[in-house]
Design a protein around this ligand. Structure first.
Ligand code: B12
Length: 475
């Protein structure tokens, strides 16, 4: 049975400011393909972005390859149109190919996706490992009856969409094999221009699922469920394997990597003992940085170069409405602790809460400048379909566009009580400008920073004045 994961030819325009040259490794696909391999199936990954393939190229390839089962990861809302176009193309080129979709965005609104895309035969809600394997086994045996009993599957019967029972959460993440890196191209150069070239090849790893946070706007929190993690030892083995195969920069992209103090301690000791000299970028919540103040020196010693965190707002009211579960001061202290320990801080802010006026936006900019993280990313509050936040905004009737390609946190989606959608969109651009470009002294200081990541970020910012950070068109 010929199984392929198809990543469509999308255009990257992220807030990382790397432009379309940025080639991220396939993450969900390598994780799922590795599980299929462990279960005795072979799969290939057709990554059109990494392979610089156009839609026409993909069409030709689909005609040639004669794939039996084509899997599409519908991870991000912003790429919705590309995922749907890919599924339609797969069916157009070979109607016998069975199409299966999954991923965070698809799992948030499964019925809607099935309705919008009749070419999608099956949709898997939630984690895919077991569900996909059972589904492929049933397809291989031509056992339609069995599909009715596979938890987590959406399918069609006499033109109606049927949802099977939900799939239980994957219990033991230590059972996950290393991602199938052998199925993706080895990058000849470091395409991830926001880390220094000398840091070498890189990858993204996810070592836990879910989060203990309750932020209303967070979409993976809604699909990944209860927090679960790989043990420190399994995480270390996987990282050691990545490191030994030349991936010397590792972005651990968990929603928050250091939720469990015991695990992070074991992890840091293990990295030091095993002499893994990699560069790590991690995600945290500010409160864990405070909790770990006594071991932050070890974070640094183990190679953690940069920590992503959501500050979200200067205003406690915003944080409470969004159920962030921290105080504004927690972030202030966390940024200062990271500085003391020579780790770069990368902080997200959200503009466009319903109550926001121009005064709030100015207060947000002032707060970001005083906080002085190394990287500030201003996002627009985005009502991802399927989240509590979207449900609240829908009830208020203020969502002005359903063009999903704009749901990337850098385009305006809703007005506020005081600002139009377009004004909020433009103000995000202004926030970027004011944080990065209005203060020559700051740029100079950051260029002299002790932290290599920070120096690199500002060198790149100056070199790519028009690219980073990009301010997109309104529509
Ligand atoms: C890696 C990643 C990226 C990578 C992309 C990697 C790639 N090649 O696609 C990079 C860094 C490029 C990236 C960019 C962006 N990202 Co991102 N990213 C992630 C991240 C950290 C991990 C996703 C992942 O692969 N997880 C690991 C896998 C194993 O888990 P999973 O995807 O849930 O998959 C499981 C199931 O969903 C299911 N499944 C998945 N696919 C399939 C397919 C089939 C067939 C089946 C059966 C099952 C199945 O099985 C899997 C295993 O159980 C998530 C946050 C997170 N921790 O989840 C954000 C996340 C997906 N990103 C997000 C966003 C917003 C963005 C940006 C738009 C931000 C920006 N403005 O810059 C950009 C894209 C911008 C653009 N226009 O170019 C949001 C998406 C929200 C939404 N609903 O759309 C997320 C959820 C972060 C967040 N906290 O909100 N991202």
């Amino acid at each position: 049975m010929k199984i392929a994961f198809v990543k469509p030819p999308y255009v990257i325009a992220s807030y990382y400011g790397c432009g379309n040259d940025f080639v991220p490794p396939a993450v969900s696909e390598t994780v799922l393909a590795a599980w299929l391999e462990k279960s005795g199936y072979e799969a290939e990954i057709i990554d059109c972005h990494a392979g610089r393939m156009s839609w026409d190229d993909l069409g030709i390839l689909l005609e040639e390859r004669k794939i039996d089962v084509a899997c599409v990861s519908g991870t991000m809302t912003t790429f919705h149109d590309d995922y749907i176009r890919a599924i339609k193309l797969i069916k157009e080129k070979r109607p016998e190919t069975v199409t299966i979709g999954g991923g965070i965005h698809f799992s948030l609104i499964p019925e809607k996706i099935m309705e919008q895309c009749p070419e999608l035969d099956y949709l898997v809600k939630g984690e895919g490992e077991i569900t996909l394997t059972e589904l492929i086994a049933a397809l291989e045996n031509n056992d339609d009856g069995k599909i009715k009993g596979i938890d987590g599957v959406y399918y069609r019967e006499s033109g109606k969409i049927v949802a099977n029972r939900p799939r239980e959460l994957f219990k033991d993440l230590d059972l996950l094999p290393d991602p199938a890196w052998h199925l993706i191209p080895k990058f000849g150069l470091n395409p991830y221009s926001f880390t220094p070239e000398e840091w070498g090849d890189w990858t993204i790893l996810v070592t836990s699922r879910g989060c203990v946070g309750k932020c209303t706007f967070c979409s993976p929190m809604h699909t990944q469920g209860k927090y679960r993690e790989m043990s420190a030892n399994r995480t270390l083995d996987m990282i050691e394997h990545a490191y030994k195969t030349g991936k010397t920069t590792i972005w651990i992209d968990d929603l928050a990597f250091n939720i469990n103090r015991k695990r992070i301690e074991k992890f840091l000791d293990g990295i030091i003992e095993r002499k893994i000299k990699a560069h790590f970028l991690i995600h945290s919540r500010p409160e864990y940085i405070l909790r770990d103040r006594d071991i932050l020196h070890k974070y640094r010693e183990a190679g953690i170069e940069m920590v992503h965190m959501g500050a979200e707002s200067y205003s406690q009211d915003d944080l409470d409405i969004w159920k962030k579960g921290i105080s504004v001061n927690t972030t202030v202290e966390a940024v200062s602790l990271l500085k003391e320990n020579d780790m770069a801080s990368w902080v997200f802010f959200m503009l466009g809460a319903w109550e926001h006026s121009i005064t709030d936006v100015n207060a947000m900019i002032d707060f970001s400048k005083k906080l002085d993280p190394d990287v500030a990313i201003f996002c627009i509050a985005t009502p991802y379909p399927g989240t509590d936040y979207a449900a609240d905004m829908e009830k208020m009737g203020i969502i002005e566009t359903s063009k999903y390609r704009l749901y990337d946190q850098i385009h305006g989606i809703m007005p506020t009580k005081h600002l139009t959608r377009e004004e909020i969109h433009k103000l995000r651009g202004r926030a970027f400008f004011e944080f990065y470009r209005s203060d020559a002294e700051k740029i100079e200081r950051k260029l002299q920073s002790k932290n290599e990541f920070t120096r690199h970020w500002y060198r790149r910012l100056i070199a790519n004045a028009n690219v980073a950070p990009a301010i997109p068109e309104f529509e």
